[in-house]
Design a protein around this ligand. Structure first.
Ligand code: PRP
Length: 182
């Protein structure tokens, strides 16, 4: 299989069938946890989460709606004041049961910003879900649903990109260092 890899890629970290199996498990768990809720409100974080969210919702067995947010970050390593909303939700989320759906948690800055922002809008409950999380000692936001922990390398595929490339690969792969360091 690795023989067919794009030359930018070092190796496949999470194969397609493993991703799909975990997406089903996550959807099953969410469907159980929210079985008594009138409607679950899922917030996908653009752009990366759209593929994961599309697969996740098709396995949910409970009533739900989907909306999207997009944020812009000024420098991935800055500590504060660097995230702003560029696309917001269409509706208020007061008294709604909300899950924020991310493709990846890296520094945790994006998820933390969204979590605290949406928490302030008075939802009935607020949880977070990410397909992958890079190995970090600590993030200052709860992560309620997680597919995989991955090593601290640059990954692409299944929504994740490098300069808008490789986002639609069905698997998650490690990008060669020489690609992003050149
Ligand atoms: C990526 C990813 C997450 C965020 C995670 O988005 O989709 O939203 O980074 O990083 P963090 O935990 O360090 O905040 P990106 O800004 O690359 O935009 P994109 O999804 O549109 O590609």
């Amino acid at each position: 299989m690795n023989n067919d890899l794009h030359p930018d890629l070092a190796r496949i970290l999470v194969p397609e069938d493993t991703i799909q199996a975990h997406v089903k498990v996550l959807a099953h768990q969410i469907s159980l946890d929210y079985a008594d809720v009138e409607r679950l409100y899922l917030v996908g974080v653009l752009r990366g989460a759209f593929i994961f969210l599309a697969d996740l919702v098709r396995h949910l067995t409970i009533p739900h709606s989907v909306d999207f947010m997009s944020v812009s970050s000024y420098g991935k390593t800055a500590v504060s004041g660097e995230v702003r909303i560029v696309l917001d939700l269409r509706e208020p989320i007061v008294n709604q049961h909300v899950i924020i759906v991310e493709d990846i948690v890296d520094s945790g800055k994006t998820l933390s910003y969204l979590y605290h922002t949406l928490k302030g809008r008075g939802p009935a409950s607020l949880r977070t879900c990410s397909l992958v999380r890079k190995h970090r000692d600590h993030i200052d936001v709860p992560l309620h649903y997680l597919g995989f922990n991955i090593p601290d390398v640059w990954v692409v595929g299944y929504g994740l990109d490098y300069a808008d490339r490789h986002r639609t690969l069905p698997y998650i792969a490690e990008l060669k260092e020489e690609v992003y360091k050149k």
